[in-house]
Design a protein around this ligand. Structure first.
Ligand code: NDP
Ligand code: OXD
Length: 309
């Protein structure tokens, strides 16, 4: 029995080490050239090229190295009837909570304005606002959005979340569905996008969305670049309707050198690093799911391809 591994960057060694330590009975074979295709029962992949997962007759599950599975759902040659499992692991959640807290505090404490003042050598105080008066809205109240919401509450922020289905979370105002979007946006001084990219959510950060926010709201875009209509965001930044933005994900990655976001004074650009799957903790989660399958149980965190996440 073997697991096919396809990572995007040079992190293969850490996966090999983690599997060797935690599950020496699982042979990890790198894609491409993984040897006997019949021996491959599981695949652990990030952004495999189209058709790369065809031709493994005994494949029992495809594990996404990331929480998002848009890199798989876009492959029309994906084997049918093989469950796709998204990544849910403590390292990824912890990293995302850190990034969200850091970014929210950055905007909350006017660091974009202070950075501009520093460039202009201006010594001027901006009146501090208590967290209880800062309304933070999270698009996507799933594993990552939910964890971030909980931590922001601990800081005392007035937190709301928007999801597809109705939810109840202590201390968090919840909204759902298309009708819940506008009242949710209206009370989002800092808007965070932690949605999956699906046909329903593509382009959701557009001119209409920005117009519904309080004037000068900050945007933290950490879901997928396909959520953002970039021309609309630039227009909203230029008009001041969106006061500042932290952008981690983009339509084209790496962000092209001529993108105006690189040099925009009120934009912080990071290279899709809001959080990363940690091989050690993620391997444990994948192995736990493999053991479930081997025991005849369904794996956890299977994606609903109809919904796209
Ligand atoms: P989950 O599947 O756990 O949560 C997704 C959330 O989005 C759910 O609350 C879901 O609603 C909501 N949602 C989905 N579709 C809609 C819709 N049409 N309308 C309203 N709400 C919707 O995902 P995760 O929290 O694990 O991950 C979220 C995304 O974060 C990933 O898909 C990925 O794109 C991104 N990500 C980015 C990273 C980065 O480094 N920038 C790192 C990791 C992830 P409901 O609860 O009702 O199902
Ligand atoms: C993910 C990502 O989806 O890193 O996990 O973007």
């Amino acid at each position: 029995m073997a697991l096919l591994l396809k990572t995007d960057i040079d992190r293969g060694d850490s996966w090999h080490r983690a599997f060797a330590r935690l599950a020496p009975d699982i042979a990890v074979r790198d894609w491409p050239g993984a040897g006997d295709a019949g021996a491959i029962e599981f695949a652990l992949v990030w952004a495999p090229p189209r058709g790369a997962l065809k031709g493994y007759p005994n494949l029992k599950a495809i594990f996404s190295i990331g929480a998002g599975i848009d890199h798989l759902a876009s492959d029309p040659d994906l084997p049918k009837d093989v469950p796709i499992v998204r990544m849910v692991e403590p390292g990824l959640s912890a990293g995302m909570v850190e990034f969200v807290v850091m970014s929210v505090l950055y905007h909350h404490r006017f660091m974009v304005e202070y950075a501009a003042q520093q460039r202009a050598k201006i010594w001027r105080e901006i009146e501090q606002i208590p967290t209880s008066r800062r309304r933070v809205g999270i698009l996507g109240l799933g594993v990552l959005g939910g964890a971030a919401a909980g931590k922001l509450r601990e800081f005392g922020f007035d937190v709301a979340g928007w999801s597809r289905t109705a939810k109840k979370r202590p201390g968090i105002a919840t909204f759902h569905g298309p009708r819940g979007l506008s009242p949710f946006l209206k009370r989002s001084d800092i808007l965070i996008c932690l949605l999956p990219l699906t046909p329903e959510t593509a382009g959701i950060l557009n001119a209409r969305t920005f117009a519904a926010l309080p004037h000068g709201a900050a945007l933290i875009s950490i879901g997928r670049g396909g959520h953002v209509v970039e021309a609309d965001l630039l227009a909203a930044l230029d008009s001041g309707q969106v006061g500042a933005a932290t952008l981690d994900v983009f339509q084209d990655e790496p962000l092209p050198p001529d993108s105006p976001f690189w040099t925009h004074e009120r934009v912080i650009v990071t290279p899709h690093i809001a959080s990363m799957t940690i091989a050690e903790t993620a391997a444990a989660a994948v192995i736990a799911n493999i053991r479930r399958i081997q025991a005849g149980k369904p794996p956890e965190h299977v994606v609903d391809l109809e919904q796209g996440y």
